[in-house]
Design a protein around this ligand. Structure first.
Ligand SMILES: Cc1cc2nc3c(=O)[nH]c(=O)nc-3n(C[C@H](O)[C@H](O)[C@H](O)COP(=O)(O)O)c2cc1C
Length: 375
């Protein structure tokens, strides 16, 4: 398969020096329809693009003469100790990218000592992933089968997951034009391992001008869930509860009132409502609204240590890393994921030092300039 210059991370000849090197490597390796499934957003992809533009528009104002030699990137996210203020975002069907799928990605997270979030629709089961020994959180989608949801929560607890993350921005799957054009269909050997034996027949069945993954979602997911259902979930488990996919501060306030331990400010990597704001643009509102009553995480578009520092300076406690992990996974399995996370660590350490911050607490006191306004 064609290789682009600087993309031989697998061969060990040229080590990737930034996350984008692994993106290029993944783009050269993956089948075009799988690449599109990972890279694509919904509609015109305006929100997908906005995530990057908005992050790039946040300038960090460094402090000088701070007299520091080393920086400490250690964080505590929802009671889980992490070497970095980040977790690997929940992402479906990782066996599309590597035969070991989520097991390899979790090995990368273990090497980096950061939490790995298992998706409800992972292609390896919770239990198979837990064998790896990484710090795990479990992500729950709202299923039509409520009994199945309670069973999944019990399984997550038994597998040692340290938090439950409920994704609330997928009543239906956003209209992803690349997948529609590709008539994207999961190969037969991809499992929806946590939901067996129900199988994935809808996602395996090719339909003209349709995405089979979207078809499966509309069969399996319940679009009518509401805040009273979040109350129900809160009552089902003592695990820390995370609400993922919040952009409006009023929703963040409700999440806090109902007992959420964290919210994730997220537009699902630009894959749900096209036209939604960039996550980083919504972050300061949400931080202000929750007023320290719960942790605030952010995802969508984070690609460097500088981006992580931007999120921290705007008040986040940490970030989730999405697609870059899949780029590393498809390039070199567990080693590729570890490389992505190690690059982010090096970049964050350097950005902290260059901005005069000894640790994450200091990072939160940095000033920002956003599109000319003083932050
Ligand atoms: C291929 C792919 C699959 C995803 N699957 C899930 C999922 O199963 N559950 C979920 O809550 N979010 C899912 N997401 C969204 C991510 O958790 C995260 O919000 C998003 O990828 C962050 O944006 P980024 O990729 O730009 O970093 C998925 C994203 C991608 C790219």
């Amino acid at each position: 398969m064609a290789q682009q210059p600087g993309a031989q991370a697998d061969a060990g000849e040229t080590r990737p020096v930034c996350v984008d090197d692994l993106r290029q490597s993944a783009a050269a390796r993956l089948a075009p329809a799988v690449w599109d499934f990972v890279a694509g957003g919904s509609g015109t992809e305006s929100t997908l693009d906005a995530n990057r533009t908005a992050l790039d528009s946040v300038s960090l104002v460094p402090r000088v003469l701070a007299g520091i030699e080393k920086t400490d990137t250690g964080a505590r996210l929802l009671g889980t100790s992490a070497a970095l203020p980040l977790a690997v975002a929940p992402m479906a069907y990782q066996c599309l990218l590597h035969p070991e799928g989520e097991r390899a990605a979790a090995q990368g997270a273990l090497a980096a000592q950061v939490p790995f979030v298992v998706s409800t629709i992972s292609s390896r089961s919770l239990e198979e992933i837990a064998e790896v020994g990484a710090p795990l959180w479990f992500q729950l989608y709202w299923l039509r089968d409520r009994g199945r949801m309670t069973e999944l929560i019990r399984r997550a607890e038994q597998a040692g997951c340290q938090a439950l993350m409920v994704t609330v921005d997928v009543p239906i799957m956003g209209r992803r034009l690349r997948d529609l054009r590709n008539e994207f269909t999961l190969p037969d050997w991809i499992r929806c391992a946590n939901l067996e034996p129900d199988g994935l027949s809808a996602a395996h069945a090719h339909r003209p001008s349709e995405s089979a993954v979207a078809a499966h979602t509309s069969i399996a997911f319940d679009s009518t869930f509401g805040w009273s259902d979040v109350e129900w979930i809160r009552a089902q488990t003592r695990l820390p509860l995370v609400i993922k996919g919040v952009l409006d501060p009023r929703d963040a306030e409700t999440a806090v009132r109902l007992g959420a331990d964290a919210v994730v400010v997220s537009n699902h990597g630009g894959r749900q409502l096209d036209g939604a704001p960039a996550s980083v643009s919504a972050l300061p509102w949400v931080v202000e609204a929750v007023g320290g009553q719960c942790q605030v995480l952010m995802d969508s578009g984070v690609r460097s240590g500088t981006d992580i520092l931007r999120a921290l300076a705007l008040g986040a406690d940490g970030v989730l890393i999405g697609r870059p992990v899949l780029w590393g996974l498809s390039t070199a399995g567990a080693r590729g994921v570890a490389q992505v996370l190690s690059i982010l660590r090096t970049e964050l350490e350097e950005a902290l030092l260059l901005s005069g911050c000894a640790d994450l607490e200091a990072a939160r006191t940095l000033r920002t300039l956003v599109a000319g306004a003083r932050g």
